[in-house]
Write a protein that binds this ligand. Sequence first.
Ligand SMILES: Cc1cc2nc3c(=O)[nH]c(=O)nc-3n(C[C@H](O)[C@H](O)[C@H](O)COP(=O)(O)OP(=O)(O)OC[C@H]3O[C@@H](n4cnc5c(N)ncnc54)[C@H](O)[C@@H]3O)c2cc1C
Length: 337
Amino acid sequence: MISISEHTDLTQLNSFGVTARGTRLIRFSAANELPSLREKGYFEGDWMILSGGNNILFTQDYAGTLFHPEERHIEVLSREGGSVRIKASAGVEWDDLVELTVANGWWGAENLSLIPGWVGAAPVQNIGAYGAEAKQLIESVDIYLPETGVFRTLDPRECNFGYRESIFKHELKGRAIVTAVTLRFSESPRPELGYGDLLRETEARGGVSLRNIRDAVIAIRRSKLPDPKTTGNAGSFFKNPTVERSRAEKLKAQYPDLPLYPTADPNRQKLAAGWMIERAGWKGRNLGRAGVHDRQALVLINLGGASGQEIIELARAVQHDVEALFGIRIETEVNII
Ligand SMILES: Cc1cc2nc3c(=O)[nH]c(=O)nc-3n(C[C@H](O)[C@H](O)[C@H](O)COP(=O)(O)OP(=O)(O)OC[C@H]3O[C@@H](n4cnc5c(N)ncnc54)[C@H](O)[C@@H]3O)c2cc1C
């Protein structure tokens, strides 16, 4: 089913809760409705996908057409050789999929529990948490390309997944609609507990099991991250920067408690942007109605009634001060509109 509204208030459709309007919002409930929308010319001019709105900051009204994919099917494609393949359509709530896999004893997504958002957005920034990333599970991504009207299936290599990165943020930005994702889970245990307090919190719940890991991740997240239902936010506003190993070592000599993490490239290291923001004096501080969260400095929050502009001004001030102190520009993870 397709429903079209004009001059829609987007306040409830973005987790920052900022007020903005979309010139046109098209809700569609099946990927096979996209060709008819294309024939009617709805992809001419500016358009973008708005799914759960948990990783978007509207700094102004959106003058183009917003597409809201509401298809919600989950299908088990196969179950053999110890693995389970599942196809989920773009509008499925990510955490509903995680809960389904945990309830069935399928390993792989438990560390990604409680990440807000929809399945179609998961490959866009290769969502990740607690040492796991969506790319470890993704077998293929179904897309629709409005330019040509073609449906395609991409394999993970074609998706160019990286840390909070994929082809959907670069070559295919504004050109592809993710319609479904196929993921592979394992029927045998694959706990990944090396990150932060996860092992301790899991053991405190009675030992290593899928359910205990999921519950531990949920508890840790709830203790550290603000709930967008009460405090507008989009999770981590900034990405952790990666720098040449030699540069990281110089900084470590200057700031011995600077946390460093390995990356896939042995010549580069990841720095903790949250720690840098705290060192720059911003943790718990605010600029007008926009603030830096007092438990997690990577998260910018709407203190009530902030506009997207106020939040972006705070972000710029934080970026400026971090760069002045460390000589490193921290980039935004959130999609700024
Ligand atoms: C409290 C909180 C905690 C968070 N924690 C994490 C975390 O731990 N790890 C993490 O990785 N992220 C985290 N995030 C960010 C967010 O949850 C993810 O980015 C999530 O994937 C966003 O899903 P969404 O449906 O809300 O996407 P949206 O915000 O609607 O869209 C995000 C981007 O993807 C594009 N997009 C969305 N759907 C599609 C589609 N079907 N096809 C093509 N493009 C599409 C949009 O155009 C936009 O550019 C957090 C956010 C919040 C609010």
